[in-house]
Design a protein around this ligand. Sequence first.
Ligand code: PGA
Length: 252
Amino acid sequence: MPTLIAGNWKMNGLLAEAESLAREVREGAAGISCALLVCPPFTALAAVARVLQGSPVAVGGQDCHWEASGAHTGDISAAMLRDAGASWVVLGHSERRGEHGEIDETVRQKVLAATAAGLTPIVCVGETEDQRQSGRETEVVGWQIEGSLPKDFAGVLAYEPIWAIGTGRTPTEAEVATMHGFIREELGRQFGGAADAVPILYGGSVKPENAASLLAVPEVGGALVGGASLRAADFLAIARAADALSKTAPRA
Ligand code: PGA
């Protein structure tokens, strides 16, 4: 898979704003060769998908339910995301784990539902600041991987240290390298050779200014971008940083 730059818009964007951001991303994507994805809130998903139809920019949801349909008030199924134009879904984001009590097993069930509906899941893992300070970051991430990914996982992993999300703080390149190397090994240990194909994104305060150095770290296969993805210019600058590293072949 080419380097993936994914924008997580979180709970931001009324319809008109989301459409205009999508239009700007579409226009800017013309000169970019890495893979691009935007994940708008559910209410804007269909509208954004219409704006991006026929463009190289893919669309994803930010969560889905583990069941295909039924009595689940307020929830959205993977098939509904597909129906609205999504081909990807972010699962197990720390804001879902923290604010909605999602546990690894819930995430694993959602991955199965997403895959069954034909969506590519991006599963998020990452430690809290306390966990890192007590030297338990790899242990925590190892458990999250083991609990959140089903056998035959065919998606993308995103390492997002919780203390780096929305804070402007990022781990050092050495810390990212250590964690991504650990995740690569852990995937191999848990899933065998097939896991080599799973890209590992970095997420947490990725900006145009730090994108090149973070994306250059070995085993970083792209970025999951929150705040900076709400400004098309910043999101596209991050994508250009990925292109400049020539980790990607030009789009055919
Ligand atoms: P941030 O968010 O870029 O605003 O830190 C990243 C994320 O939560 O995916």
